[in-house]
Design a protein around this ligand. Structure first.
Ligand code: ATP
Ligand code: MG
Length: 280
């Protein structure tokens, strides 16, 4: 049994009045129930990012090119509990290899360390999971999965805009974003589809993203997260092997066999934008 989140009950989620021989729900109970619902999709940091920290590479280098942005991340992390409670999100945009995922992982790490439930997926993986709910051997129904994705304190979606979409998939994505929006729950996103040149567009910086995932969804993301933090710099992936933070020991796998937070392929997934090339 987990200890009481508020230090009040014995961890059962109930307080006992011995005299009246009655049990009352503890104030930790709603959080405890939400955590249980979120349990199967909430997870841990992908292996590659477990050592990520403000005082280590590559964040130090990212900060040299993006001082203001890293300061904003630090401020967000310093008030992580309050930000999540207020449903304030954050999102990053920028070219390939500029450090978006790295900074986002700093935030997820802080949320996990603050004992919050966090689900971390690339958008293509998240959408594949939604589709897989129709498989006969799926562990969840679609509504159960959506319910769980809406229950976590922080939903972290990487690579928004890199996916193949269908109307059905976009509708599910809208449902998740809209439910979190209505419930005041935070989102953490990375994308490279905001602020780029868009000759076909109407001048809105998120034109390509709107075309990719729908205007209603983008509008809600914008309200949850505010203006995206733009990251600048070269594509650092080709030159970054020596700057990776040291890998940290693997935490124990979740009990119960199948682990829906399957980050084992994260490191092997090819970049949807292809391999970066060295310039001559
Ligand atoms: N400004 C930087 N200085 C040094 N190294 C960096 C910088 N930004 C990123 N890196 C390194 O480059 C690699 C790519 O970083 P990351 O995955 O965070 O980029 P990204 O912006 O999410 O890329 P993508 O758009 O392809 O998803 C990582 O190995 C990271 O350590
Ligand atoms: Mg990335």
């Amino acid at each position: 049994m987990d200890a009481c989140l508020e230090g009040r009950c014995d961890g059962s989620g109930f307080l006992y009045d011995e005299e009246r021989r009655r049990a009352y729900p503890c104030t930790c109970r709603p959080k405890r129930l939400a955590r249980k619902r979120a349990g199967a999709v909430a997870g841990r940091l992908p292996k590659r990012f477990r050592g990520v920290a403000f005082d280590r590479e590559p964040v130090l280098s990212i900060a040299r090119a993006n001082e203001h942005q890293v300061r904003a991340v630090r401020a967000y992390v310093n008030a992580i509990g309050e930000n999540l409670d207020q449903g304030r999100g954050i999102w990053f945009t920028g070219d390939v290899g500029t450090g978006k995922t790295t900074l986002a992982m700093l935030i997820s790490k802080a949320a996990l360390e603050a004992d919050r439930t966090v689900a971390i997926y690339s958008l293509p993986r998240l959408l594949a999971m939604l589709r897989e709910t129709y498989d006969e051997d799926s562990h969840f129904s679609l509504s159960e999965l959506i319910d769980r994705l809406c229950s976590v304190d922080l939903l972290h979606v990487d690579d928004v805009g890199a996916e193949q979409t269908t109307d059905w998939v976009l509708e599910q994505l809208y449902t998740i974003v809209n439910t979190r929006y209505e419930d005041g729950r935070a989102l953490l996103l990375t994308t490279n589809l905001v602020g780029r040149e868009d000759p076909e567009g109407d001048g809105h910086p998120a034109g390509p993203l709107k075309r990719q995932i729908g205007e209603r969804t983008v509008s809600r993301i914008w309200e949850i997260c505010g203006d995206p933090l733009p990251l600048f710099g070269d594509d650092n992936r080709m030159f970054a092997a020596d700057r990776l933070p040291a890998a940290e020991p693997e935490p124990p796998a979740a009990p119960g066999g199948w682990d829906p937070f399957d980050d084992s392929t994260w490191d092997e997934e090819p970049s949807p934008y292809g391999r970066p090339r060295r310039s001559a």
